[in-house]
Design a protein around this ligand. Structure first.
Ligand code: PMP
Length: 290
């Protein structure tokens, strides 16, 4: 599903076939989740394939590596150019792009000594999440911000995401709504969250979330459309039974929520401010170039 015999990737300084790539078994990335990565999308536009918010994603990748003390020398421009070449070599336009930075063999608990960049991509034409999701408040908390650099996109953080997401699925829901250590809503396993009441959008303030690039894009769209947004701390009970709610992320785009803990969101999605934000986002990703 992710690659075949013809798929090209970029790994450690060169383009090669995905099937010929390998990694050693003695690295901290594999053993301890000590890696940083990104999730990026490219879209087919009138000007060919365009990577949405390339600069923001590659800046975050560089920042994540810095916060993890992983040496990483690629510039945003280099990363962008290599990724366009990767898309071109594979003939992809609508694609999901996964840059990954892993570390050289080292079993100790000291910082990374040398890193390897992998750039992987696969074709992707629609969001990974079902529309109108049934979500539940998760019994799992987000990683404590005093234990992790939660604003970095680090491999190991996603063990928490897997636990929360699988638990929700096992209980018959589409996704988990994960709280912080104080019981405030943080985000889902892999997306940020908003809810709407009386035309105002609310989203968790920074602290225990990955401050998403899509979340930032929602702020920009709201500014443009004159929709008020509040970043604040709130509990699941503030959100249950609200007018509307959505998850947002690069892969998810903007996906409407059906219910939280079996309590439905009440307004017709198409008539909400959230619905307008979704429409604007879907338009934006296909017109915006670098
Ligand atoms: N939170 C988490 C935990 C995520 O994994 C993601 C996806 N990267 C997001 C939020 C949304 O981030 P972005 O909009 O930058 O994709």
């Amino acid at each position: 599903m992710y690659y075949n015999d013809d798929t090209t990737i970029y790994f450690d300084g060169k383009f090669m076939k995905a099937k010929d790539a390998g990694t050693d078994l003695y690295g901290q990335s594999l053993h301890y989740g000590y890696s940083v990565f990104e999730g990026i999308k490219s879209y087919s536009t009138d000007h060919g394939a365009r990577i949405f918010k390339a600069k923001e994603h590659f800046e975050r990748l560089r920042r994540s590596a810095e916060l993890m003390h992983i040496p990483f020398d690629y510039s945003v421009n280099q990363l962008t150019e290599l990724t366009y070449e990767l898309l071109d070599r594979n003939g992809f336009t609508d694609a999901y792009i996964r840059p990954l930075v892993t570390c050289s063999p080292n079993m100790s608990l000291s910082k990374g000594q040398k890193s390897y960049l992998s750039l992987l991509a696969w074709e992707w034409n629609n969001g990974y999440l079902a529309d109108k999701m049934k979500i539940m408040t998760s019994p799992f908390q987000r990683p404590n911000p005093k234990a992790f650099k939660v604003e970095a996109k680090v491999g190991g953080h996603y063990v928490n995401s897997i636990l929360a997401c699988q638990d929700a699925k096992d209980k018959g829901y589409d996704e988990a709504l994960v709280l912080d250590e104080n019981g405030y809503v943080a985000e889902s396993s892999g997306a940020n969250v908003f809810y709407e009441k009386d035309g105002v959008l609310f989203t968790p303030a920074k602290g225990s979330i990955l401050p998403g690039i899509t979340r930032q894009t929602v702020f920009e769209i709201c500014e443009e459309l004159d929709i008020p947004v509040k970043e604040t701390f709130f509990k699941p009970e503030d959100m249950r039974g609200a007018d509307a709610g959505f998850f947002c992320g690069t892969a998810a785009e903007i996906v409407a929520l059906n219910s939280l803990d079996d309590v439905p969101f009440t307004r017709n999605w198409e008539e909400t401010a959230s619905g307008r934000v979704q429409q604007a986002y879907l338009k934006l990703v296909r017109v915006l170039s670098l």
